[in-house]
Design a protein around this ligand. Sequence first.
Ligand code: AVJ
Length: 311
Amino acid sequence: MIAVDRPQPAAIRAELLRGLRAFPAVVSPKYLYDGLGSRLFAAITELPEYYPTRTEAAIFARHLPAIAAELPADLTLVDLGAGNCEKAARLLPPLRVSTYVAVDISLDFLQEGLDRLQQRHPAVDMLGVGTDFSTRLLLPDAVGAGPRLLFYPGSSIGNFTPPDALDFLRQLHPAAQGGGLLVGVDLLKPIEVLEAAYDDPLGVTAAFNRNLLRHINHLVGSDFALADWQHRAFFDSAQRRIEMHLQALHGVAVRWPGGERVFAAGERIHTENSYKWRADDFAALLVAAGFSAIRRWTDERGWFAVFLAQA
Ligand code: AVJ
């Protein structure tokens, strides 16, 4: 395991407090994933309403031979946001991966998954890299000079606004070293389907969102009381995105060492955007970022797409 540019607690605190003081208040969705948050997200992927994970898995299950046919043998697979490494686990033999590089912000969660995977696939070289690749993808020299397939599944790209997604893809391009990009993207679909996926009746997504306040309390020493805050998620058709917010049920003052913020009843903290793409627009985005030879696979309903592009 290698930790590159481990984020400093003071920098994290400063970033969070800047967002909490802003109007409207905003927190980056990356803070949704502490230990419990990562487990709650895993629970979300099991919900009947949350279609993206299983739809993407079905696309891979069906089209893996076609995808493999486009790729060289002895592949170096770089898994961006590997989490528990479950998604990549199913790709290693079919894609003839010889080197697997798991990249994630949280090294703790990564270690468990990587150990399990190494036991199942002893012949594959494995490396864990802890880094926040959303700003810059820094890979250690140990990853090697040959071409790499960058793997960015799950529609995590949906967290970026379209201009930020373009910047992100442009900075990924050189890291592929002439290899490619395999990326999963959630597509536009009826609003009822979208909103149910982000506001499930069991309340798992609400717990996932509200857990952010516990994590912030831990990181900055604030005193958010979870009972004061309600989960909100809705689709904004103009911006083609699901927005997640935490909304104050009544007026609250939140204190932290050295400061405070008063929230009026109904005031919100914006916690996540999840953009939904038209497949043709996303293909054009890949081209604008410098990728070529774009191939795409979708499910029968056209709800989700997997793109393969040459770097
Ligand atoms: C992990 C960013 C792809 O946007 O669907 C799930 C996160 N948020 N439910 C998504 C999420 C609420 C998820 N991504």
